[in-house]
Ligand binder design. Structure first.
Ligand SMILES: CC(C)(COP(=O)(O)OP(=O)(O)OC[C@H]1O[C@@H](n2cnc3c(N)ncnc32)[C@H](O)[C@@H]1OP(=O)(O)O)[C@@H](O)C(=O)NCCC(=O)NCCS
Length: 183
C-alpha cells in the first residue's frame, strides 16, 4: 500500500468491482483502447491484478481517494508481457474514471508508484507507453518527469497491422543515479 497527500494505492477489494466495471464500460475512458471491456473482462483483470501483487509485491494498484474512500481506478506498475518489444522490464500505467480527471490524481499516484518502484523494489528502469493520440496519458508521463524515448517506439504486437492504435510512443524513468549506459 502507498499513501499520498490525497490518495491511497492499495490492493483490490470486492467492492471495487462495480465501479471498475462501469469505468471500463465507458467509451470516453476507453477511447484509446480497441474496445470497451465487458464485465467479465473487468473481473478477470481485477483478479489478475490481485494475483500480480501476491506474486511480485507490486501491481496496477487500486486508487482510492482518501477524503471519501471513492474508488477512482488504477495506477501502478506491472511486469511487461513477453510479446512486448520492451520486454523484459516493468511498465507504469494508469486508468481513472472520467469523474476523477483534471485534478492531478493520476500524476500524484504515478509519481508515488514510480518512487515505490525505485526505492522499495530497487528497480533500475520503468517504462511507459501509449498510443500516439493518447495525449492525456503522455502528459502524465511528462508531468512525473519521465523521458521521451522515441527510439523505442513500437507497433503494438497485440493489434492488427494498420489498426488506428497500432503505433505506440515510449517514455522511461531511470532510478536515481542510473545512466542509460549503466543498464
Ligand atoms: C490518462 C489519464 C489518467 C490522465 O488523467 P488526467 O486527469 O489528465 O491527469 P492527472 O490526473 O495527472 O491530472 C492533470 C490535470 O489536472 C489538473 N490539475 C488540477 N488540480 C491539480 C493538482 N492539484 N495537481 C496537479 N494537477 C492538477 C492539471 O492542470 C491537468 O489539467 P490539464 O489536463 O487541463 O492540463 C486519464 O485521461 C485516463 O484515465 N484516460 C483513460 C485511460 C487511459 O488512456 N490510460 C492510459 C493508457 S496508456
Amino acid at each position: 500500500m502507498i499513501t499520498t497527500d490525497r490518495l491511497i494505492l492499495r490492493g483490490w477489494r470486492d467492492a471495487d468491482l462495480a465501479p471498475w466495471i462501469a469505468l471500463n464500460a465507458d467509451p470516453l475512458v476507453m477511447r484509446h483502447f480497441p474496445a470497451v471491456q465487458t464485465p467479465e473482462e473487468s473481473e478477470a483483470m481485477m483478479a489478475r491484478s490481485q494475483a500480480h501483487i501476491d506474486q511480485h509485491g507490486f501491481v496496477l494498484w487500486a486508487v482510492e481517494r482518501r477524503e471519501d474512500g471513492a474508488f477512482l481506478g488504477f495506477t501502478g506498475l506491472a511486469l511487461l508481457k513477453e510479446a512486448n518489444p520492451l520486454f523484459p522490464g516493468v511498465e507504469a500505467g494508469w486508468r481513472l474514471a472520467a469523474h476523477a480527471w483534471g485534478r492531478g490524481y493520476a500524476s500524484e499516484a504515478a509519481s508515488a508508484a514510480l518512487a515505490d518502484g525505485f526505492d522499495r523494489l530497487g528497480l533500475e528502469r520503468i517504462v511507459a507507453f501509449t498510443a500516439v493520440d493518447n495525449l492525456p496519458s503522455q502528459a502524465v508521463m511528462t508531468r512525473i518527469g519521465m523521458t521521451r524515448r522515441a527510439d523505442l517506439d513500437f507497433d503494438h504486437p497485440a493489434l492488427p497491422r494498420g489498426h488506428r492504435l497500432e503505433r505506440h510512443v515510449v517514455w522511461e524513468s531511470l532510478a536515481p543515479g542510473k545512466s542509460p549506459a549503466a543498464l
